[in-house]
Design a protein around this ligand. Sequence first.
Ligand code: ARG
Length: 460
Amino acid sequence: MKMWAGRFQKESDKALDAFNSSIEFDKRLYKEDITGSIAHATMLGEQNIISKEASLEIIEGLEKILEDIENGSLEISPDAEDIHMFVEQVLSERIGDNGKRLHTGRSRNDQVAVDIKLYLKRMVGEVKEELITLLETIHALASDHTMTVMPGYTHLQRAQPISFSHHLLAYAQMFMRDITRLTDAYNRADVMPLGSGALAGTTYPINRYRTAELLGFADVTKNSLDGVSDRDSLMEVTFCLSMIMSHLSRFSEEIILWSSHEFAFIELDDAFSTGSSIMPQKKNPDIPELIRGKTGRVYGDLTTLLVMMKSLPLAYNKDMQEDKEAFFDALDNTIACISIFTKLLATIKVNKDKMRAAASKGFINATDCADYLTKKNVPFRTAYKIVGTMVAYCSEKKIGFEDLSLDEYKEFSELFEEDVFTAISLDECVMRRDIVGGPGPGSQKTQLCELSEFIASAKK
Ligand code: ARG
């Protein structure tokens, strides 16, 4: 029998039950639902809205339900309409009339809103933990490669030499921003909607601040219509997850490129690579490819939420039941991706020689060669032109700048001296780019230090 059966003359159609039900996916909110109800019942008792005995009996009953679900002795019934109905039904079956007092001054609309926020707050913590482990892994790897020279690219064409640590630490910047972005979204989500009722609050003298305190919310929502209608925090956090996936997918793409024979900058560990069913020589980067693929899926979840909320009138509409699957899917996949990517990154083998060899070709030191002349007071555009003709000359002869004699240099400009060879050496080119934010060793040290400090404060 339905909780709301009184108003109806007929049993609901089985097809409606199946279509309407959300228990299959909202059962994962059982802990938040029970915690929310315990806080509500505590407050109801304290305010004498229900008797102290009723409050205690409800709390004990709910604690037992939580224990039984967790130890497997109480199975969440697939026949219930949703997790909220299920918990309340079991409570009433177990303790009778007092169980029926739990829903005093509350609606499923503010109940589901508080449950999802409690869950969101817990999961934001988990995502951040995964990101911190990833940052620690990047820190460890980058520390080993502050002097490893590699080509930096634009348009995927060799551009200027950088250190491998610099490339890795660029991703650290993105993941640090992801963590602060999540903190930001968390803080905005940290207001409790319970007490909004169905839409118009309640006539009972409830104490919303007390319930918020019991549930660990920083504040309460300030408009009951907004309290039950608002799914901003879900969309915001799903955007944060999409952004994380965007960063992970770019990193994955580079891992895929770097592990190809054409680059061979890194080798993936056997434990994190896959083979081919037909080509015995293959070692495939399935993990980063799947991360790239799942990025689209998480963007899809964000689109689902945005479109689902678009143009909904206030306050609660059943459309909003659709928020959970998209949000849970985005969370599950993002957490799984960060976690496996971290393991993969921790085990890569770096081929320094290949990186250096790639940086030695392609006139990657052309800018430095031009800078050499500008330091001798040649205007940059003129120096640029001189080095351009040198590139054409060397390309024709299939040689690099290193292979030119000083006499040949002098044919392009009298200002070239013996020290040009050091000035355009790979290591010099990287070392001298040591401004704030540059790939040079001093900047690497600073970036690593700041990353350590960030990690330490994020762990608090
Ligand atoms: N299962 C519903 C949801 O997830 C709970 C809220 C139901 N409220 C209602 N008025 N039907 O959105």
